[in-house]
Ligand binder design. Structure first.
Ligand code: PSV
Ligand code: MN
Length: 424
């Protein structure tokens, strides 16, 4: 299933007038809007290869139909997303769920669809059918050197796949930890994990980065070996200049001030990347922006402020990825909503009047500081995002077009109603 440029243009024609009216109004109110539009055009969010099928809970999953059956079909799905919004120009692979057996053909397919390969993700949190040793009691933290070695070798293999695809980073997320007090010696678990990560780090190509993702719990866990940003930062600092912390929005306890974490990691030059999703309680993997849009904006506000303070390139100096699970909604529609929510928050953060905010802060003018942020948050910036995407060839109403074109129906016809995509 493909969406041609002609189809998209035909769809846009019908909506153009109204868009122009909304955009002209917003542009007349916005300082430096051309500059903002250029930043929005450059900003691309990677889609994970495991998010294109139905997710599920420990109790089961409800099939969506037409799920991609292999990596090629996953790339086709992301190509559809990118054709619709022109802001999803990257894919992030999980190994072994999506091994690129024919890397050069995969690279060509991705390039034809203007997609690049974002961070590679390793998996030592599941046992694979052909695996020699089990990760039941952890992987990089394991008391047995042979298990640690297996986990290290897997990560090095993931890097090799990534090199073939011209990816530039490896994300390591470990579900290592313990289920009961007394089970682990925390210090030894940390040291084993560190030395395992050091061996992987030593195998990183010169221009690569390593991201250490943290998470405070898994159901039934008592401790996690990379539980929070402090621990992740400890590993990253000990590993060296190519290692960074990765923030997954869902990996915090309710009420955590994630924007402050982001600000301090940026200050230390140790923020490497982001996994976007939303949650009410914990790692719910819900559509980003669906629960706490104000928090998302506050996070972007810190991201923009912190990146500008270090002279960083918003589009390329951090790795931006969605990490969500789709249980009820069509994954493609859910991902379109996710990317839109991210672009809206980013656009709002770009609109913040930094000079006035600094003034308010210097004068302890709490009311003005709040006004400055909330005025922006209450501004409907969708025409600005739409204009940026339109200039790159996107549809003005991506979900509307995909429904009109019956995308899911065609995918079911092509692939069948019972297909299951690899992933969680
Ligand atoms: C773990 O919950 C996580 O956030 C990690 O990023 C994994 O790679 C991904 O989800 C797996 O779904
Ligand atoms: Mn994640």
């Amino acid at each position: 299933m493909q969406l041609t440029r002609d189809k998209i243009e035909e769809h846009n024609q019908a909506l153009l007038k109204e868009h122009q009216r909304n955009f002209d109004f917003l542009a007349s109110e916005t300082r430096e809007f051309e500059n903002i539009i250029q930043k929005l055009i450059s900003f691309q969010v990677a889609i994970p290869s495991w998010a294109l099928g139905a997710g599920g809970t420990r109790f089961g999953r409800f099939s969506i139909g037409g799920e991609p059956r292999n990596l090629e079909e996953k790339i086709q799905d992301i190509a559809l997303l990118h054709a619709l919004n022109r802001s999803s120009g990257a894919i992030s692979l999980h190994i072994p769920w999506d091994i690129p057996t024919n890397a050069s053909a995969i690279k060509i397919l991705a390039a034809q669809n203007e997609l690049r390969f974002d961070a590679m993700n390793s998996n030592t949190f599941q046992d694979q059918p052909d695996q020699k040793l089990s990760y039941k009691f952890g992987s990089m933290q394991h008391v047995d050197r042979a298990v640690r070695k297996q986990a290290i070798e897997h990560n090095i293999e993931v890097i090799k796949y990534g090199v073939e695809l011209e990816s530039r980073s490896l994300t390591v997320w470990l579900s290592d930890g313990s289920n009961f007090p007394g089970q682990l010696n925390f210090r030894k678990a940390f040291q084993n994990t560190l030395s395992s990560l050091q061996e992987v780090y030593a195998a990183l190509p010169e221009n690569w980065k390593m991201f250490v993702e943290y998470k405070p719990y898994e159901p039934n866990f008592y401790s996690m070996t990379v539980a929070d940003w402090g621990q992740s930062l400890l590993y990253a600092n000990k590993l060296g200049g190519k290692a960074y912390t990765l923030v997954d929005l869902g990996h915090h306890f309710p009420g955590t001030n994630v924007e402050q974490i982001v600000a301090l990691l940026l200050m230390e030059g140790k923020l490497g990347g982001f996994h976007f999703n939303d949650s009410r309680y914990g790692d719910d993997d819900l559509t980003v922006g669906s629960m706490k849009p104000y928090q998302l904006f506050l996070i972007f506000n810190q991201l923009v402020e912190g990146m500008d303070a270090r002279g960083m390139d918003h589009a390329s100096d951090l790795a931006w990825m969605i990490d969500a699970s789709h249980n009820l909604k069509d994954p493609l529609e859910d991902l379109l909503q996710s990317v839109e929510a991210i672009m809206i928050s980013y656009a709002q953060a770009l609109l913040v009047d930094r000079k006035r905010l600094v003034q308010a802060q210097e004068q302890n003018d709490v009311v003005s500081a709040q006004e400055i942020l909330q005025n922006v948050f209450r501004t409907d910036v969708r025409p600005l995002v739409a204009e940026a995407q339109l200039r790159s060839g996107a549809a003005l109403d991506p979900i509307g077009l995909s429904r009109n074109e019956k995308v899911r129906h065609h995918l079911i016809k092509e692939r069948g109603s019972k297909t299951v995509a690899t992933g969680l």
